[in-house]
Design a protein around this ligand. Sequence first.
Ligand SMILES: [Zn+2]
Length: 379
Amino acid sequence: MYTCKDWLALHGLNASEVEDVISAFCAGNIECSFRVSPTDNGVYPGSDSISTQESCYRNMVVPALAKAFENVSEVKHLLCNHVEFRGLNNSKEVPYTVCQGSGQPPAVFIDWHGRAEDLLCLVHETAHALQMLLSKNEIMPPVARETCAFIGELLLLDYVKAYLPQFHASLLNVWHGQNRFYLGDCVDALTDALNHPEISYHYYQNYPLARLAAVQVFFATDNKSVSALFSSGREAMAYLPINEMASVGIGVRNPLPVLPPSDVEQPAVDAYRSLGVMALLDIESGSKASYQRIESYYLKLLKNLQERTAFIALDNDNKPVGYATWVESNVDNNMVLTCQTALPSNRINLQRALEKYINKAKDVKASYTRKASKEMLVW
Ligand SMILES: [Zn+2]
């Protein structure tokens, strides 16, 4: 079985480096968002004359990508003459791009509905095709190939902002919306894989590093570096700023203090300590609970503590990572979770610790599951 260990080895990464990148992102030390300019009015691309896939490709995707390379005309030529487009075989299939071997054009499989998300998807897949052409069909590690595709999306956003500003807001909206998947569910999948080496590899785990790296490469480098990355084939990981991103995550893994062992002689101290920990977790995780009235917040949690329907999960250093509360039904001995609060990238850890604690996992209606809440958009 192909696992996280194999994935790390393939990319020349180690687990703590990847954890540091995730911590840096969760702590807000790696920027991955853009402001919409006040002049944007959010016109929908499909509502204009450039509504077909062919016209969007020629007028937006090709110039946007080519502009980032030193050899603009050569890249334009490749994109206009050496990429094949086909429809998807069925509506359930996600768009994808395949290499057809040496001397053959890469094939992009995509359906077109004239929406902003179709345009982002078109540039994502075209960037995959371009990376295959420039790497002379040499296979790139998945994190690097997705970085190239995400750079393609950023190049389109940049091009549209400069030359077709009326479309910028709607595209940027879609891009931000997709961040919730790539930097939300996919971060959970990656954290889960790092913490549980027995879990088999899932393609989702490539996206968080790639999404973050793309933004860094896009802002920090010049045309030469973009060309070098797209042409680098199996050596591509050397062109990604993984070390730089990891370095701003060291030491920010868990900002909360170590929880001392519980004091059986003084249960009241334990209760107040637990209340303090829950409040800190709510604040650190950005939970809406911190906007509640102090009185109702306090009474609700105190009731949970008195009824023993609260649980605090600790990490290996005994630092709190999350808490949960629930209500118990006398009728069927069922338990329903009323709250799950966890530090960023610790939702799965909380759920697993909780399941272990109550030892009744089948009866618990957990809010978080490992399954991504949204279908994959592009590959
Ligand atoms: Zn992709």
